[in-house]
Design a protein around this ligand. Structure first.
Ligand code: NAP
Length: 261
């Protein structure tokens, strides 16, 4: 299927690794001009080279080494891609812990990364999308928005705030062919997930393999997600064909969430 987005411009945040990178790769494969943002230069450069390969001369790639949770970082990202047609919001997730230990600064960091940065980027880009009559905004949140995980209180809270905000904004912009949706990853094979399983194995005194097997046992498809599957879903949600879908929270979790809705 031709997704009808060749030549569009995308700003993909937190995209040198993992799910953001997978989204950038899937968009570049469709001929989208991709600007990727991450802090570390080395992984950013490696991903930019891969994007150029995947785009096979049909697409331009720019990279921005910046912290997307800061005002300066967002300014640098927007300077590289001032008028995106596609915005993929993403940042690192907050650390796990006990809410009794978190102070105001911990909460502000989580809110900056997983709620306020996406809202600021939407604010900076949505009016151009409305004028051009095409926009696709996708925020990477978490399955924890639907099924909260007790130790991830910072993530549960901040991401739910973004989800509520987006639900209100998605309707008035829809008539301009600007859609706003969220993708909720379950358990995907990325560096972050490797770190999470390593931590769980250590805490519980079991091997990495055992901790991973126990986690997989909770997923009906009986495996972890491939970031490429996530990227493909994201690219489709950004397609011309997906213009009738907005304000949705799309769970990609191999069936782990047990509810009917
Ligand atoms: P990952 O593999 O660790 O990759 C994170 C990417 O984000 C890297 O490119 C990293 O590069 C970049 N990044 C992090 N903080 C940044 C910042 N402040 N500014 C700019 N770039 C930043 O993580 P992932 O698994 O893809 O996860 C992506 C998001 O999905 C996270 O919020 C995570 O909590 C959420 N999530 C993931 C899963 C999963 O199964 N993987 C499940 C639920 C939720 P630099 O560090 O160099 O900046």
């Amino acid at each position: 299927m031709d997704l009808g987005i060749s030549g569009k411009r995308a700003l993909v945040c937190a995209a040198s690794k993992g799910l953001g990178r997978a989204c950038a790769l899937a968009l570049a494969a469709e001929g989208v001009e991709v600007s990727i943002v991450a802090r570390g230069r080395e992984a950013l450069e490696a991903t930019a080279r891969e994007l150029e390969k995947v785009g096979a001369g049909r697409t331009a790639v720019t990279m921005v080494s910046a912290d997307i949770t800061t005002l300066e970082g967002r300014a640098a990202a927007l300077a590289a891609c001032p008028q995106p047609d596609i915005l993929i919001n993403n940042a690192g997730g907050p650390p796990p812990g006990d809410f009794r230990d978190w102070n105001r600064d911990d909460w502000l960091k989580a809110l900056d990364a997983n709620m306020l940065a996406p809202i600021e980027l939407i604010k900076a880009t949505i009016d151009g999308m409305i004028e051009r009559k095409f926009g696709r905004i996708v925020s990477i949140t978490s399955a924890a928005v639907k099924a909260p995980i007790d130790v991830l209180g910072l993530s549960n809270g901040a991401r739910s705030g973004l989800t509520g905000f987006v639900a209100g904004l998605a309707r008035p912009s829809a008539k301009h062919n600007v859609t706003i949706n969220n993708l909720l990853p379950g358990f995907f094979a990325t560096d972050r997930m490797h770190t999470v399983i390593t931590g769980q194995a250590k805490t519980r005194g079991v091997s990495y393999e055992q901790a991973l097997a126990e986690r997989i046992a909770t997923i009906p498809v009986a495996r972890v997600g491939d970031p490429a599957e996530f990227g493909a879903a994201c690219a489709w949600l950004c397609s011309a064909q997906a213009g009738f879908i907005t304000g949705q929270n799309w769970l990609l979790d191999g069936g782990a969430y047990p509810g009917t809705f």
